[in-house]
Design a protein around this ligand. Sequence first.
Ligand SMILES: C[S@@+](CC[C@H](N)C(=O)[O-])C[C@H]1O[C@@H](n2cnc3c(N)ncnc32)[C@H](O)[C@@H]1O
Length: 264
Amino acid sequence: MADDTWADLADLFADEAYASVKGYVRTYVMHQQLLEHLPPPPASVLDVGGGAGHQSFPLAQAGYDVTVLDSSPAMLDKARRRLERLPDEVQRRVTLVESAGENADEAVNGRRFAAVLCHGVLGYLEQPEPLIDQLCRCAAPGGIVSIMTGNAKAMAVQPALQRRWYDALAAFDTRTGIGVLGVQGRADTVEELSELVRSRGVEPIRWYGVWLFVDWLEFSGAELDPTDQQQVAATAAVELEASRRDPYRQLSRVFHLVGRKGRS
Ligand SMILES: C[S@@+](CC[C@H](N)C(=O)[O-])C[C@H]1O[C@@H](n2cnc3c(N)ncnc32)[C@H](O)[C@@H]1O
């Protein structure tokens, strides 16, 4: 791929964002939510826009057969280096593929997966439909599609907590904003995304929030210590509970939608 727009963000995202309490909470909460829907291992998982493998390597460690597909050579390099630190048997369960997600079906030679993940990718695309087409196509009959993306109904949260009041007022009616990586992003609603997957043969079955209190604390200036393992575990347990319930999940800046493809 000639133009790797993610090269400059690879360190910031893969090393810094995931080393924070928020990074830990994201992986933990999403992992628990996924386990509610995945068949037992070994089953095949395709992680589209999988980056450095933070979400799918734990699945490989749990015994799943994982394919990480990403358009960024820099992110795949990160994935490769992280993978080398894992046991051989886990390394053997992971395949890295360089491709645009919009080309996923061809890049995996028409293989169908028990689960297709796409976390934190749609918001960077102007037109999400071509990628959503591929996600739904690559899922096997009865397989799951798991998408995490920005929540268009919670756009005022970040600017308000950062006390950017004029931006917050404008954000109630916008779909785009500068996210934590400093990149312009686009958000969706649960209802719209549900319709997009439903029209492609994938029935939405559950949606969750991802972060709530850690996000609010960070944006309002609090420092959370990622080395305090007891506190981090307790925080993650609270966030998991909030992610499952109204009204908390509705206020999460990102949401996680899980759908199941029809069996025929
Ligand atoms: C915010 S990172 C998320 C990485 C990973 N899904 C995670 O949750 O840790 C976004 C990733 O999407 C990838 N990406 C962006 N647009 C893509 C596309 N059209 N096709 C495939 N990957 C893409 C980027 O290279 C980057 O690795």
